[in-house]
Design a protein around this ligand. Structure first.
Ligand code: FAD
Length: 364
């Protein structure tokens, strides 16, 4: 096929789309305003979640034709901190996630960049994308939530800790991951964003109190927006394809979007090549995302005691099984989501553009 496709944004979804199109014989150019790849993130840890579908996340990548040759640490244990000073160990037999780095080196981003170059994709870095690129993969278009992160080096032993305290991080949570001496601490919220700096301070002190003294070197702090909407298709009314967070694709519960970003790349690449799979898009993107709207509604209503109960419950069984049950799409989840979506319906114009079939814009 002799066609040219220009992709705006060389993050996960943009590069994965580029690789899959180039392998179909399409000439692809990717534009990213940062040089070297992974520009939005500074080398911190993220998870490739493995708790929303029975299929393993790495197998899903293999199924897309993207052999997962990047450093990935299977996550089978974690420490949950509740609001009352309690700590709860959770564990799963199969990984509930894989830890991956985001940024320029040894990361999910550098792996995809290597695949793109090997497939013959032209990378145009350090430049803004043309406004009429056929594929939009530029990440968040609207601040539906925000996160603050600290990336650092440390002598802390390997640690995966998550803090659930709605008084400290209303509508959100805080995390501290340290693996092989690389640390990432963050706080994410979808409401009361003005309180994020204070939440960051309080959560940091809480982790320090529980984990004890540890060194923090070479630290870098950054803030980021998060974007959520439910796309009706990946091809918008303006004729362009939207993938990853530019399509609003993230789970509404924890704001995890890496796996979905790669999934939308597979769907969009097939669509651009003339094989759009509508049932697959509905089953693998829309329905699972919709199911997390209902869990988000519940999440925001839980008090400190209920979260402590959740932490205790998570510590009792297999954590991955619990995640699968909580996020499983089904008739009940669909019905609950429809009710919540009717109550939370966006009534003013949102900036998700012609793709958004539903979003919940944060209050001003
Ligand atoms: C702090 C934080 C922590 C997160 N942790 C997790 C996690 O643990 N697990 C998870 O699954 N998800 C996580 N997410 C969400 C996840 O990072 C995103 O869903 C995912 O990166 C989306 O991929 P993408 O391809 O859409 O965008 P990105 O990977 O962000 O790529 C967008 C690219 O577009 C480029 N760009 C933007 N505008 C332009 C322009 N005008 N011209 C040219 N280039 C442009 C940027 O430089 C960037 O390289 C987190 C998000 C944040 C903010």
């Amino acid at each position: 096929m002799s066609r040219q496709i220009r992709i705006a944004g060389g993050g996960l979804s943009g590069l994965a789309t580029a690789v899959l199109l180039a392998r179909r014989g399409i000439e692809v150019e990717v534009f990213d305003r940062h040089r070297g790849g992974g520009g939005r993130f500074g080398g911190g840890w993220q998870v490739l979640e493995n708790g929303t579908a029975a299929a393993d996340a790495l197998d899903e990548l293999r199924g897309l034709g993207l052999e997962p040759a990047f450093p990935a640490i299977p996550a089978r244990r974690a420490l949950f901190l509740d609001a009352f000073g309690g700590t709860h160990e959770v564990a799963s037999a199969a990984p509930y996630a894989y830890f991956v780095r985001r940024g320029p080196d040894g990361s999910l981003d550098s792996w995809l960049r290597g695949l793109a170059l090997a497939a013959g994709v032209t990378l145009r870095e350090g430049v803004a994308a043309p406004a009429d690129a056929e594929v939009v993969a530029t990440g968040p278009r609207q601040a539906d939530g925000a996160a603050r992160e600290l990336v650092f080096r440390s002598d802390l032993a390997d640690t995966v800790a998550v803090l659930f305290d709605p008084a400290l991080t209303p509508t959100g949570y805080a995390y501290l991951f340290c693996l092989g001496g690389h640390g990432t601490f963050g706080v994410a919220q979808v409401r009361q964003l003005a309180g994020l700096p204070r939440a960051r301070e309080l959560a940091w002190h809480r982790f320090r109190a529980v984990l004890g003294e540890f060194a923090v070197r070479d630290e870098r702090e950054h803030g980021q927006f998060m974007n959520f909407s439910l796309p009706r298709h990946l091809r918008a009314a303006d004729g362009r394809w939207y993938v990853g967070e530019a399509a609003g694709v993230q789970d509404f519960l924890f704001g995890l979007g890496n796996r979905l970003a790669l999934r939308t790349a597979g769907l969009a690449a097939a669509g651009i090549a003339g094989a759009w799979d509508a049932p697959r898009f509905a089953a693998s993107v829309r329905r699972p995302m919709r199911a997390t709207v209902a869990t988000r509604f519940i999440y925001e209503r839980l008090g400190r005691r209920a979260f402590a109960g959740f932490c205790r419950r998570a510590g009792r069984g297999d954590f991955r099984d619990l995640l699968l049950r909580l996020q499983r799409p089904g008739v009940a989840a669909d019905a609950a989501a429809r009710l919540v979506m009717a109550a939370w319906r966006e009534r003013r114009g949102c900036r998700h553009g012609p793709l958004c079939s539903w979003c919940r814009r944060r209050e001003a």
